[in-house]
Write a protein that binds this ligand. Structure first.
Ligand SMILES: NC(=O)C1=CN([C@@H]2O[C@H](COP(=O)(O)OP(=O)(O)OC[C@H]3O[C@@H](n4cnc5c(N)ncnc54)[C@H](O)[C@@H]3O)[C@@H](O)[C@H]2O)C=CC1
Ligand SMILES: N[C@@H](CC=O)C(=O)O
Ligand code: NA
Length: 438
């Protein structure tokens, strides 16, 4: 049988890593796939030949990605350019030409996946995207196939390597935010626009994908609540540690009686949880299924070779399935295309969680009682309350409060009332809190 021909779009961090791993492990990959796999065509605006081993094996390297997707000799297109356009047009053109597609582009899948999968379904081709979520961790595989027997209850994951790298460097080495971000960029972890990493957009893209696979709903990126790490204060990281918690940037998808919570935000987690100890560029995803219970998946969330590992695993899957009836393949969103449900994704006001709150209040009699009174009237019960030392010369003292679970709308109301008190200065800082207990 002739080798399978790959057309590779993009030769940056992940594209370069893909060439390297496919070349390095060619014989093992062939033994697994049952056929040799060769990159015959590649296109990139820019690449550094010094940094990519195996480049000399590629017969045609150019700068026009459309020439690759339109070439009849290409069987599978790997899209590693990133962004919405021209990635979307390229993927749709490849599908139209009857080619299978592998992509690491979570932005593209989260925003345009519904249309892309419909087009692929109509053409009988596969669009595979393991590298799009949690880099090298085979999390799509686990959720779509390994957990297929389960009703998924919730998912909580550290799903942005850059953000976790920055938070770890700030906490462990007291390094400034900007310096840690610059290092993540130099290591190839960050998105082309790093605000996607630090404002939680990249994690929201990934959570959107995980939520669809878990709950059998269409991709709805616009309904995923998104809060990044850029406004996190070092003193909250410190106070949380004193109380026995770590702050991690989590993506949380949870089934409730009313719908599905989809939210990305900094989160306090008890420090003894395994996921609280996932540091640097490592990612981890906790999935609770009703039959299996809690399961945890851990590995590198970004970087050339780990991401290439996921890209090539998808290629191997496609090669193995090339002879199978397209209707018998694993469905793109885990559930059969006609079986997606219209269960609503909840607004952030409707979610329920516990909270860490920090505020500055005058240290005088009656203030604590006023604040406690507001919580009581709003039906919010407190788990802990601590008064910290004021900064030199400050008349206001920091108050830290941990609450039990409550609906976000109620918490918003309580915060508005507390901020209106004369004795309270400035805004109340709120960080959501999860025990993540099985
Ligand atoms: N860097 C990482 O660790 C990870 C990246 N990803 C995703 O993988 C994709 C690629 O990311 P990186 O390799 O980091 O990007 P990169 O910026 O290192 O490489 C992009 C490549 O695409 C080429 N390119 C860009 N626009 C082009 C165009 N219009 N025509 C032809 N070539 C074009 C560039 O010249 C470069 O060779 C993105 O979707 C990203 O979100 C996913 C997981 C991890
Ligand atoms: N920028 C992303 C890359 C992988 O998806 C991250 O840092 O996680
Ligand atoms: Na993955």
């Amino acid at each position: 049988m002739r080798p399978v021909n790959i057309g590779l779009l993009g030769l940056g961090t992940v594209g370069g890593g893909t060439v390297t791993v496919l070349t390095r492990n060619a014989s093992e990959i062939t033994r697994r796939a049952g056929r040799a796999i060769q990159i015959t065509h590649a296109a990139a605006q820019f690449y550094d030949p010094q940094r990519i081993s195996g480049l000399d094996q590629i017969k045609h390297i150019g700068s026009d990605p459309f020439a690759v997707v339109n070439d009849p000799d290409v069987d599978i297109v790997i899209e590693l350019i990133g962004g919405y356009s021209p990635a979307r047009e390229l993927v749709l053109a490849a599908i139209e030409n009857g080619k299978h597609v592998v992509t690491a582009n979570k932005a593209l899948i989260a925003r345009h996946g519904n249309d892309i999968f419909a087009a692929a379904q109509a053409k009988g081709v596969t669009v595979a995207f393991e590298a799009a979520v949690a880099g090298g961790i085979p999390i799509i595989k686990a959720l779509r196939e390994g957990l297929a027997a389960n009703r998924i209850e919730w998912i909580a994951g550290i799903i942005n390597g850059t953000g976790n790298f920055i938070l770890t460097a700030m906490r462990d080495q007291q390094r400034p935010f900007a310096e840690a971000l610059a290092e993540a960029q130099a290591l190839g972890y960050a998105e082309a626009d790093p605000t996607f990493d630090i404002e939680g957009i990249d994690a929201a893209h990934k959570l959107t994908i995980l939520g669809s696979l878990a709950f059998g709903i269409p991709l709805q990126f616009d309904k995923t609540f998104t809060e990044g790490i850029s406004k996190l204060h070092a003193q909250d990281v410190h106070f949380a540690a004193e109380l026995g918690y770590r702050i991690k940037h989590l993506g949380i998808a949870r089934r409730t009686a009313e719908g599905i919570e989809m939210r990305v935000h900094p989160t306090l987690i008890p420090h003894r949880r395994l996921i609280a100890n996932v540091d640097g560029v490592m990612n981890a995803v906790l999935i609770k299924g009703d039959a299996v219970g809690p399961t945890l998946y851990y590995g590198a969330g970004a970087g050339a070779l780990p991401t290439a590992s996921a890209v090539i695993a998808d290629v191997v899957d496609i090669v193995r399935a090339l002879t199978a009836n397209p209707h018998h393949r694993v469905p793109h969103l885990a559930f059969q295309p006609g079986e997606l449900s219209d269960t609503p994704v909840l607004n952030i006001d409707q979610i329920e969680t516990a909270y860490y709150l920090r505020l500055f209040a005058l240290d005088q009699p009656g203030v604590m009682a006023q604040i406690a009174g507001i919580f009581g009237e709003e039906g919010i019960s407190l788990e802990a309350i601590q008064q910290k030392e004021p900064a030199d010369g400050d008349t206001h003292v920091p108050l830290i409060m941990l609450t039990h679970r409550v609906r976000e709308a109620r918490m918003n109301q309580a915060i508005r009332r507390i901020e209106a008190l004369d004795a309270v200065s400035g805004a109340v800082v709120r960080i959501r809190m999860e025990t993540l207990a099985g």
